[in-house]
Ligand binder design. Sequence first.
Ligand SMILES: Nc1ncnc2c1ncn2[C@@H]1O[C@H](COP(=O)(O)OP(=O)(O)OP(=O)(O)O)[C@@H](O)[C@H]1O
Ligand SMILES: [Mg+2]
Length: 238
Amino acid sequence: MLVMTHLQKVYRTHLIETHALRDFSIHVGEGEFVAVTGPSGSGKTTFLNIAGLLEEFTGGEYKLDGVDVGGMNDAERSRLRNEKIGFIFQGFNLIPDLNLFDNVDVPLRYRGFDAAERKRRIEESLTRVGLASRMKHYPSELSGGQQQRVAIARALAGSPRLLLADEPTGNLDSLMARGVMELLEEINRQGTTIVMVTHDPELAARAQRNVHVMDGQVTDLGEAPRFRKTPHAAAATA
Ligand SMILES: Nc1ncnc2c1ncn2[C@@H]1O[C@H](COP(=O)(O)OP(=O)(O)OP(=O)(O)O)[C@@H](O)[C@H]1O
Ligand SMILES: [Mg+2]
């Protein structure tokens, strides 16, 4: 689904160069739920933004669903992003002047769906996150956990194959965080591939695989559960 090989990202300002990603390689298979951990400034958001086609990279290769992203222009990248990717940002990024219905509608407008199809998708995704009755409410009238669920509904409304989440529970208390995590697990069970950046070890432990990032590099690719040798795992936990 997502394959990055020797990826590099250098931010250049007039004074300094920051190597946000150096030789970053990762493979996320279809249907996986991967948690990405690592210290602040290690490159997690940079990785996610590039994965989500929101930012360009400066070297290496990225294939999304078999398609080489490297040679694409802006328009091609936007089309691919709208079609395949849902993004949950660090912070909720809801638009305060729009009610929930209109917030979820924002990315759908770029997809060329007609009004009836958009309405169907908005109602379905808000129902999925348990907020069907709040469609005319504004973000400021919701709790943090509810706002994060709207952000999830917005990411899901376009039926993405790949859901990218940057600290989706970062601003939530532990009870709300658990609720959001359960929702993501449910979404993953229904077939969406998920890559989630988190600082929360308890949530990371619930993902199928943990990838650790340090200094712009993947230092531990984790082990996909299907490759685990059961007797070993059993012995290790015994
Ligand atoms: N637009 C930018 N211009 C210049 N440097 C940047 C830019 N965005 C990120 N960086 C730098 O790239 C490095 C990686 O940043 P990134 O946001 O990916 O870290 P992170 O792992 O997500 O951290 P956190 O856990 O604090 O969110 C940092 O040194 C950061 O200062
Ligand atoms: Mg970050």
